[in-house]
Design a binder for this molecule. Structure first.
Ligand code: NBX
Length: 831
């Protein structure tokens, strides 16, 4: 048996084993946690035991920094950012925490001395899939940058018991199974039973006059639940700042309803508890709103009220009067999912703190800022009035009052334009009546922003145009960014080392320093090392693909990758049209000399989105036919990676040669995968959409493969009676591809399977695949030509990384701090 060391005994050089950073301290702490937390010794410990012992070892060191952070914040009483988001996709914590704390190497050695491989523990971790896609991942990148920039910030959300479903592919189809991420426990979180708040729902309101003759409102709820805080420490890079991600878990107001219990209704009492827990049970897996889903509105209200009550608790400890709430806190609304906060803060200020309307409204309008993430009008959230009324009667009253005062203002501003008030109203009066959450968010916020230049511009011209005309000064752009710590340093260590060697340290937190690479772009020796790094990540991905799909892919082929949620507007099926085009070319001319390619797809479809699911089927059907066809062997391979996640992304982004960002122009708000690829030296083939526009501007048009209609041309084409048939008839290759799909070739002769997809393309094609097809194919041919010239390709790849600095989320967060939040860094010293 391993000799065990006492907890209180310091490590070799006098360090505490709870906080020490040396190899020896870490080794002792690991064994201590294995013994006293897991109740195991090394010889019998499972992988799970070892993973947890290490996680607790890291967590001790996080909590040490967290305590120092809290002390610092209590003393300085700084203005604090609160990020409200229904979704977070932080990815696995172990690797990043080790990296940010700078103890990767001593930890690796400490474990090695015990015969344990650090990578196996890192690989074992299951990530919290508490989000759908870009919006949730953006929130996680922002947490990383806020802590790294030493900004006092808390990220509030929901601790879903089941995150995004696990995607299996069976017979080429997406099959959803539940994600039980908490099954083996979560060592990174700390439950805080003392930090909990009441959440009321349903019932009615009572208006009365108090002893002083003042009008007051009482909300008499039908039910009351509780939200309990569960905290996860978020460490910045190379600093001591630890901010919190505080997620709320729903519980019964009392563990058991003792009254009912005494009446003999034991069963009923337990059931009530079960029902309250359903509020935080599961993430809605749709990256579009679930209109009219009662539980979804409940979730939104639940996490918003807990978060605002928590801010008010903290605010009380500062001794500041409630009228100055907005000076202490600035609250960012991540899309409209938390927009109910506007009405909820008003309710708390009016009904609990008894502020008058004007004072409460002043505080509210100076507290919130709203980020919009979509231009698709059908994706704007709205709630049916009867549902709203039945769950949140007091909020609806407050919304009506906000709206009535607002519309008075609008009518005064535009006396001869009665339609404008209707268009701006929070209430959509077309039957059945709805509450428009984006309008509530715009009216209740002091700043409104889009997530890329083009998106912010289109917001002002289309979905929020009336608001822009009313308050142009509220509108801003904040182009998205991603964290280079997770997406470069951690997932591409070979690139990290090469950059450190070439540029020295510093680029990790000041990404513009990558510009220094430009000087090496044509250096043959440097180019060769650059290619080696890429080659090594391609081999690593090949290993994962083999494990996950049983398919062998060739690292010398061009890896052509599209990973993102499956959506018609993202046009994974346009990618397919290209693959089938190449397939047909080879079938027609078996001797054809083409650049061998491996096409890699990954992404989930909303469970109820039939067309997206059909696209997944078609990807897998094409993969099946292509991969077994000897005529194309060695030249074409198609892979669908099941269950795409942050963790899988860390294998994929560094290995890609080409990144597909091919949405219909004007539809993708920003995209963030585009940035992750480019940061790792992939070249982009893309449309002028979202952040692609700015990426191309920065990396240089000559280092970017552009194709397709721009946003203006898309609107014009659709407005002028677009006829996809004309494109089909005019292009023989396109016709062949569509006909082949329609023939049942990819469905064992079944002509009906993909018919809905073919019909939609030929009759409507709302996302203009056929209009963009020819240009896309020509552009892909240029990609192949460029790839044949390794010097040219490598130069382009290096220049992409050299010029990608702007797309660090550090830059994005610095802009939010400067232009919206008005907050300053508060450095933390370790106690
Ligand atoms: O937000 C995404 C956009 O589509 C991307 O263009 C953008 O880069 C990213 C970050 O700004 N939107 C997104 O991921 N939305 C959702 O996941 C979503 C989830 C639930 C819902 C609506 C949208 N009800």
């Amino acid at each position: 048996m391993t000799k065990h060391n006492n907890t209180t005994k310091p490590g070799g050089n006098g360090e505490s084993i709870r906080t020490g950073m040396s190899e020896e301290a870490i080794r002792l702490a690991f064994l201590d946690n294995l013994f006293y937390v897991q109740g195991r010794f090394l010889e019998v410990a499972s992988l799970d035991d070892k993973y947890k012992a290490l996680a607790y070892t890291v967590r001790d060191r996080l909590l040490h920094r967290w305590v120092s952070t809290i002390r610092t914040y209590q003393q300085a009483n700084p203005r604090t950012v609160c990020y409200l988001s229904a979704e977070y996709l932080p990815g696995p914590f172990m690797g990043l925490n080790l990296l940010n704390m700078g103890i990767e190497e001593p930890t690796r050695k400490a474990l090695q001395s015990l015969g344990i491989d650090l990578e196996s523990l890192i690989a074992y971790e299951q990530e919290p899939g508490l989000g759908n896609g870009g919006l949730g991942r953006l929130a996680a990148c922002f947490m990383d940058s806020l802590a790294t920039l030493q900004i006092p910030a808390t990220s509030y959300g929901i601790r879903y018991e089941f995150g995004i479903f696990q995607q299996d592919i069976r017979n080429g189809e997406q099959v959803e199974t539940t994600d039980n991420w908490l099954h083996y426990g979560n060592p990174w979180e700390v439950r805080r039973p003392q930090i909990s708040y009441d959440v009321k729902i349903g019932g009615h309101t009572e208006h009365y006059t108090n002893e002083q003759g003042l009008h007051r409102v009482r909300w008499v709820p039908h039910e009351t639940f509780r939200g309990v805080a569960i905290d996860t420490p978020i460490l910045g890079h190379d600093v001591n700042t630890v901010n919190l991600m505080r997620l709320w878990r729903a519980e019964a107001a009392e563990a058991l309803d003792f009254h009912a219990f005494n009446e003999g209704d034991y069963y009923g009492a337990v059931l009530r508890e079960v029902r309250s827990e359903t509020i935080s049970k599961v993430l809605y897996p749709n990256d579009a709103p679930e209109i009219g889903k009662r539980l979804r509105l409940l979730q939104q209200h639940f996490f918003v009220t807990c978060s605002l009550q928590d801010m008010m608790r903290v605010h009380r400890t500062t001794g500041m009067p409630i009228e100055r709430f907005h000076e202490k806190f600035t609250v960012q609304l991540n899309d409209t999912h938390p927009a109910i906060a506007v009405a909820e803060l008003m309710r708390l200020l009016l009904d609990n703190h008894h502020l008058d309307w004007d004072t409460a409204w002043h505080v509210t309008r100076h507290t919130f800022a709203y980020t919009n993430h979509t231009l698709l009008p059908e994706a704007l959230e709205k709630w049916p009035i009867p549902l709203f009324q039945s769950l949140l009667p007091r909020h609806l009253e407050i919304i009506y009052e906000i709206n009535s005062r607002f519309l008075d203002e609008v009518r005064q501003r535009y006396p001869f334009d009665p339609d404008r008030a209707q268009r701006l109203s929070i209430i959509d009066e077309t039957l059945p009546r709805h509450v428009r959450m984006a309008h509530l968010a715009c009216i209740g916020s002091f700043a409104i922003n889009g997530v890329a230049e083009l998106h912010s511009q289109l917001l002002k011209e289309t979905v929020l145009r009336d608001f822009y005309e009313l308050w142009p000064e509220k509108f801003q752009n904040k182009t998205n960014g991603v964290t280079p710590r997770r997406f470069m340093l951690l997932s591409n260590p070979g690139l990290g080392s090469l950059l450190n060697e070439t540029l020295g340290h510093g680029w990790e937190t000041d990404l513009e320093q990558l510009r220094g690479l430009e000087a090496h772009a044509d250096d043959p020796a440097f180019q060769e090392r650059w290619r080696q790094v890429k080659r090594q990540r391609k081999e690593a991905l090949a290993g994962e693909v083999h494990k996950l799909c049983g398919i062998d892919i060739t690292p010398t082929s061009l890896y052509d990758v599209q990973v993102k949620r499956i959506h018609e507007y993202k046009r994974q099926h346009l990618n397919l049209l290209h693959i089938i085009t190449l397939y047909n070319r080879i079938k027609r001319n078996p001797a054809l000399d083409i650049v061998p390619r491996t096409f890699i797809f990954g992404g989930k479809s909303a469970p109820g989105y039939a067309m997206a699911k059909l696209i997944i089927r078609l990807i897998n059907a094409v993969a099946e036919m292509v991969n077994r066809d000897r005529d194309v062997a060695g030249r074409l391979k198609v892979v669908f990676l099941p269950n795409f996640s942050v963790k899988l992304g860390q294998w994929v982004y560094p290995a890609a040669d080409i990144s597909q960002q091919i949405s219909t122009a004007g539809k993708e708000a920003s995209g963030t995968g585009n940035m992750k690829f480019s940061m790792n030296g992939a070249l982009t083939i893309g449309t002028l959409d979202g952040a692609n526009v700015e990426i191309r501007e920065d990396v240089g048009a000559e280092n970017f493969f552009l194709f397709g209609l721009d946003a203006d041309a898309v609107s014009h084409t659709l407005a002028n009676g677009y006829r996809p048939w004309d494109y089909y008839n005019a292009n023989q290759e396109l016709k062949d591809v569509i006909d082949l799909i329609a023939s049942g070739f990819f469905a064992h002769g079944d002509r009906s399977l993909f018919q809905p997809l073919v019909d939609h393309l030929l009759q409507h094609d709302s996302y203009l695949l056929l209009a963009d097809y020819a240009d896309y194919i020509a552009c892909q041919d240029q990609v192949s030509a460029a790839y044949r010239d390794p010097q040219r390709w490598t130069r382009m790849s290096i220049l992409n990384v050299a010029r990608i600095g702007k797309f660090s989320s550090d830059r994005t967060i610095a802009e939010y701090c400067r232009d919206i939040w008005k907050v300053q860094p508060v450095p933390v010293k370790l106690d």
